[in-house]
Design a protein around this ligand. Structure first.
Ligand code: ADP
Ligand code: MG
Length: 344
């Protein structure tokens, strides 16, 4: 998982909250979890440290199972046994991998959790990113077929058929963790909150305490330093996730590489899209869809979205055009000082 820079957090900046007299100001806590700044903002009163601790504790549990960075994670156990034997995992790790594979199929392989060997070669998560030579990428691509991930529901095992395969849940675990953190907050009696894990956002409560919709600023990919917005989205559904090319991880000469890989080439996806924001009722799935659509590009991305129910999206192209799915026509407000054009 990438340690998200300031840009990732800005992608999720929430637009000024409640202004009505008498309402308590929001209380927030941030922890570095899942390789990103993970923030929880509670509105409508301070729930106390124990509630924040419970939510972050849940996220740490998920991190300890699903992170590549943590040696003893279930994910690393699976990876170490690649080509040798199936590994029994917890129900939630199994479910996350099962969901990932389901959408790998639906997204024509563009969402692919078996990209680990390629992601490792680029050094995306480490301190020494590099540009792997084409021959190396071609060889590693052989080890990235998600159909070589074998699941056994009854035994709850995961088996990577070929030695050298590596699963990487960096494109899905954060979203799942955001769902779980929100669930814990609700269990603890929190009525209004935003969970923001490096741009993966989940709202608790259909509305803010003042009765207005939650409003999320969509980062302007061309103006990350100021944290300017392409526009503002009023939430109809609780989960919003953005994938963008501005979360760059490597600059070599005058080329900039970002961290969303096209599984066909083994290189950062060049699809003509600069960012994809997905709104739906499940953050794990929003995390998947935003990555998949980013790789698919405008036309194939819109086709992919059409086959799904209740999934809305904002697509920003390299030509400064903004495309919305039908459900967002009334809830998205364009900003960006005239730079962007809303396409109909
Ligand atoms: P962010 O972490 O900024 O939210 P994403 O959610 O799009 O970005 O996930 C990027 C991470 O997902 C990468 O760091 C890598 O671990 C993994 N990844 C990269 N490309 C793909 C892909 N095509 N399919 C699935 N996972 C991917
Ligand atoms: Mg994602």
């Amino acid at each position: 998982m990438v340690v998200a820079g300031a840009a990732a957090l800005l992608a999720a900046v929430t637009v000024a909250g409640c202004r009505d007299a008498g309402s308590a100001s929001p209380v927030s806590r941030t922890q570095l979890l899942l390789g990103t700044n993970s923030t929880i903002i509670v509105h409508g009163g301070d729930p106390g440290d124990a509630v924040f601790d419970a939510a972050f504790g849940r996220v740490r549990e998920i991190q300890d199972k699903m992170s590549l960075q943590y040696e003893d994670s279930e994910l690393n156990e699976i990876n170490r046994a690649a080509g040798r034997e199936p590994v029994e995992v917890s129900e939630e790790t199994f479910m996350v991998i099962e969901t990932a594979l389901e959408y790998a199929e639906l997204s024509h392989g563009t969402f692919n959790v078996a990209l680990g060997p390629i992601i490792r070669a680029w050094g995306i998560a480490g301190d020494n990113p590099r540009r792997p030579p084409d021959e190396e990428l071609l060889e590693l691509l052989e080890l990235t077929d998600y159909r070589d991930v074998e699941l056994n529901r009854d035994e709850r095992t995961v088996f990577l058929r070929r030695e050298g395969m590596v699963l990487d849940l960096g494109g899905i675990a954060k979203g799942y963790a955001a769902d779980e953190a929100a669930r814990v907050l609700e269990e603890q009696g929190v009525e209004y909150a935003l969970v923001d894990f490096g741009g993966d956002i989940r709202a608790v409560g259909n509305r803010r305490p003042d009765g207005e919709r939650w409003r999320i600023g969509i980062q302007d990919p061309s103006d990350t330093s100021r944290g300017a917005f392409v526009g503002v989205l009023g939430l109809e559904q609780p989960s919003v996730v953005t994938s963008g090319d501005y979360e760059r991880f490597l600059e070599l000469d005058d080329e900039v590489f970002h961290h969303i890989i096209d599984p066909e080439t083994g290189k950062p996806a060049v699809s003509g899209l600069r960012s994809v924001t997905v709104e739906t009722d499940n953050t794990m799935k929003a995390d998947i869809h935003s990555t998949a659509v980013f790789v698919l590009g405008l036309e194939r991305g819109l086709e992919y979205l059409e086959q799904l129910n209740g999934v809305e999206a904002i697509l920003v192209t390299g030509d400064d055009e903004v495309y919305l799915t039908a459900g967002l026509q009334d809830t998205f407000e364009l900003r960006g000082d005239g730079r962007y054009t809303l396409m109909q």
